[in-house]
Design a binder for this molecule. Sequence first.
Ligand code: C5P
Length: 303
Amino acid sequence: MQPASVTVRVPAKVNLQLAVGPLRADGFHELVTVFAAVNLCDEVIVRSSAAPGVSLTLSGEGAEGLPTGGDNLAVRAALAVAARVGVDPAIEIHIHKSIPVAGGMAGGSADAAATLVACDAVWKAGLRKEELSTLAAGLGSDVPFALHGGIAIGTGRGEQLTPVLARGSFSWVFALADEGLSTPAVYAECDRLREGRSVKDPYVSDLLLQALAAGDPVLLGKALHNDLQPAAISLRPSLGQLLEAGDDFGALGGIVSGSGPTCAFLARDEEHALDLAVALTATGLCRSVRRAQGPVPGARVTG
Ligand code: C5P
């Protein structure tokens, strides 16, 4: 019998708004965020294996530095599904990376979400969407959104999702940095910068929801906002220069993506995105650029 094999494609995310509230007793921050999934995708293949356990191999950009053992979120995702459905796992996972590693685009979370979907299919477990979402939330704050895709408001620590209706598709340019930033370090820097100031409860931007409902990229560009941006720039000052360059080159808006260091620039259309990508590359302020569109669906079986 041929070993079962399932391939899942999963998108990166950009936070169109990231409002960071007070630090909670559990070490997480209360958030209101608007996630958007973009078609910068990782591919995760899960195959049944003759050997017991879960093994992991990785390829693609930045794959060399990633852990392949039990501290990889994808391995933890596979073990979570196995425990939930009561199987002794015997699988090989392969991840092909295109989402920047430690880039603030939830690449690790995306791989975990894709592994949940792939294991569910390989083991013919038939878990409901809500059950997969519960497992996802146990793995990390951004994992449920990678399952969900599209555009959604995230509350709590980001894991509680409400879908947002948006018209049309938006064109983005992502400027990738040489070296990643640690998410906990950026949140800690945000706390340090805000020390002694009262932090308000976060709320979703009306302007942003209007822009999405209207499919209006100019309005969306104005509404982009990330409370982690000052912290990311404080840790990596060149991000400030990169955002200024994007502004000079006519981006409709520019923002640090999540905890950074990837910067996301909104373009008018695909032609504008191409011009912007060329101009940003020429600055020498980023390692490389990627164009992408969104919203797109979350983790999906493709083969
Ligand atoms: O949930 P996840 O593992 O992605 O979070 C990584 C880290 O980011 C947390 O350990 C925490 O330091 C920070 N974080 C936070 N508040 C959130 C989400 C993440 O402080 N809502």
